[in-house]
Design a protein around this ligand. Sequence first.
Ligand code: ARG
Length: 461
Amino acid sequence: RPLALWGGRFAGGPSQALAALSVSTQFDWRLARYDIAGSKAHARVLHHAGLLDAQQFAAMEDALDRLLTDVTSGAFVPSPEDEDVHTALERGLIERAGADLGGRIRAGRSRNDQIITLLRMYLRDEARALAADVLDLARALVSRADEVGDAVIAGRTHMQHAQPVLLAHHLLAHTWPLLRDVDRLRDLDRRLDSSPYGSGALAGSTLGLDPQEVAHDLGFSDSVSNSIDGTAARDVVAEFAFVAAQIGVDLSRMCEEVIIWNTREFGYITLDDSYSTGSSIMPQKKNPDIAELARGKAGRMIGDLTGLMASLKGLPLAYARDLQEDKEPVFDQIDQLHLLLPAVTGMMDTAVFNLDRMAQMAPQGFSLATDIAEWLVRNGVPFRHAHELSGACVRECEQQGKELADLTDQELAAIDPLLTPKVREVMTVQGSVSARTGRGGTAPVRVREQLDEARGQISKL
Ligand code: ARG
């Protein structure tokens, strides 16, 4: 019989089908070093409770250190008989410390309190690692925004030309959501910062072990207040999954624009060869695969979140094996984001913005019509009427097949005498963007402030 963590009350071993269904080492092995850290902290409280003497405690620590070395080097790996990371590591401990000493480690703990403690430790580390990757992208966007200065682009709503904006303003509009994601990752750490270790299977332990000592040993500020909640709740895991999915969504929104900007019709952006792919049949092709993978993977990461929440929704207290399904979704999100973020950062870092093309398109599609209406308002015309008059200018242009700036003084006056030649001062892209001077607006002076604000946030995150 393989060295299972249970079996005393069973007449035979598990069926092949059960063993195949039950095994989780193929994904939970990434938690091995956290499990060993947990065992070291647990050995210490066993010692303090008088359940390991000084010599046993020292031998246990030594065996766990050797086990960690072997896990790190790859000399120790799970065997096909090991049900999960805990089972494998107990076998590894017994191989190193002997059955008598190794067999003492499990007193007063359960895989139920172990697994969620390890997962919390892992998610805390990953939240920091992902935040660093997201900040790299945010920094790249801020530096591109800085570099393009006062360059303009057609701002859109409903994908239609709406009002001209600074390209820097647009790039920063993709930066702020990323900074909020980093803030979410930091904030999440406060809720991940309590240790369920010592909750046992669900009710705590009879052995006088101190959960707070274990918690502090493992880098948590405290242990959980309720052992049932500690072993059964996964809201913090779901919260992590939401933030990961949201990062995916934020990357996807930006990448969708990269895909559109990269078309021949737009011609706004040229991707660097090293961040583009080719076609196996069409020799001329240069494809934005990074952006497309970002868009595709966002869907997958949303699926990870919804799958996890669906697994949680019907679970009674306390632990049930359904909870083993909490890990693969978040592990998948983490793996995808670690692949995606550096690629997207490189793509954005090296893309060439075709500023002339953007500038040429910015005033087209009557994007200065609002400026005409607001100029009339500044001259005392009620907005309702001003909107009508500006709309009449657009109608006239459409009939003649020209742009607003091409209307002659006579044509303007014929629409309404209120439209004096002075209106021309707002009928340029520069005039339009410079006039939007409220906080958060697209005036170059405001966008420069915004750049400083974003840099300040990045340095604080
Ligand atoms: N592998 C399980 C999980 O990932 C932990 C083991 C708990 N198993 C049990 N039979 N109580 O959640």
